[in-house]
Write a protein that binds this ligand. Structure first.
Ligand SMILES: [Zn+2]
Length: 347
């Protein structure tokens, strides 16, 4: 199959990447290229590096990007709520015709036993899928606010878009795993491996519980009350809530595709259904986004714009509603300024 997706692995740092990883990269790249062809993704030049200095390499990619101004002077942050960044894909051009993937070498010493090599395959496939959706979004003309949003409405749209991409890349990773890896069953047969086999061992769903306890509830209403008592600034409040919303939605996105693949409910519908953070804030929000995503996450170029815009519009409304329950509403924007109203949070 001829495609316009032919990723190249470049060396960064002193130690060689290792032939095992090179082979994996090539095999996964071939699979992702087939998906790219099925979705009519226009040509993309993808370079990948395995970096000793992960953060520095991502910052170099961002500095050389046409979108470098969107990143401003903020340093690339590798800390995630409940997880750690292990790879990052950057658009080098606005149309995403050139992208760079950086893998963190310290997280790649994983090939070896079957489970860890399954996980490595999953996360390499996931990351190699990101350029496809950047490219589809740009080429289809789906409305794209910058990665440096200002107004909370733009944040809500960006948060939805990013969480959707995490699910899209996991769906591709699931397909790749099923084609590339198999597991033996207790009766001595073998079956294709799925993303559920690779993802559940890493405690992702436990992390979601920790974030619910430590950050969402009573964290959010307490923070709003502190702002009302003038103990923390309004700026700190809304930035914190928006940042934590983005992180939580990404975690929920990471849990979603493995759950669907194993045909079990997601964490908010199962072990955390009764958590106040779920009941008061997250559950209805996330369900609205999932309902809108339904089976329209992976669509070809000619459908991508409409599906994406519909999803992002639903996500915007769902997140603004959620922030309202948290106690934050936002007035209209006039150039770069807007109003924030703080009221008692739902408890
Ligand atoms: Zn991702």
């Amino acid at each position: 199959m001829s495609t316009g997706y032919s990723p190249r692995l470049a060396q960064s740092g002193h130690a060689p990447v290792g032939s095992e990883f090179e082979q994996l990269f090539e095999a996964v790249g071939g699979q992702v290229a087939e998906v790219a062809a099925l979705l009519d993704v226009p040509p993309i030049e993808v370079t990948a590096v395995v970096a000793d200095d992960f953060r520095g390499e991502v910052e170099r990619a961002r500095a050389s990007s046409e979108e470098s101004e969107d990143y401003g002077n903020t340093r690339y942050n590798t800390d995630r709520l409940g997880s750690l960044a292990v790879a990052q894909t950057t658009r080098l051009t606005r149309d995403a015709s050139r992208c760079q993937i950086v893998f963190d070498r310290t997280r790649l010493n994983l090939l070896g036993d079957p489970l860890t090599s399954l996980k490595t395959t999953m996360f390499v496939a996931h990351e190699m899928a990101h350029p496809l959706f950047f490219r589809l979004r740009a080429a289809s003309g789906a409305v794209e606010a910058s990665d440096g949003p200002v107004h909370p409405v733009d944040f809500a749209r960006a948060i939805t878009r990013n969480a959707a991409d995490e699910m899209r890349c996991d769906i591709v990773a699931d397909v790749v795993l099923q084609r590339m890896a198999s597991l033996s069953t207790p009766d001595g047969q073998s079956r294709p491996a799925t993303i559920a086999d690779a993802a559940f061992s890493d405690g992702l769903r436990i992390s979601i519980g920790e974030v619910l306890d430590e950050t969402i509830y009573p964290g959010w209403p307490d923070l709003v009350d502190k702002c009302l008592a003038q103990e923390v600034s309004l700026d700190h409040l809304w930035r914190t809530v928006i940042y934590q919303t983005a992180e939580m939605l990404n975690l929920l996105a990471y849990a979603q595709v493995p759950a669907r693949s194993a045909d079990i409910p997601g964490p908010l519908e199962a072990e955390y259904a009764e958590h106040p953070g779920t009941r008061l804030y997250l559950s209805s929000t996330w369900i609205r986004i999932l309902d809108a995503a339904a089976d329209t996450l992976i669509v070809p170029l000619d459908r991508f714009r409409d599906c994406e815009n519909e999803l992002v519009t639903v996500g915007e409304a769902a997140l603004l509603n959620m922030w309202e329950r948290v106690g934050l509403t936002f007035g209209p924007s006039h150039s770069n300024s807007f109003h924030i109203y703080v009221t008692k949070p739902a408890r």
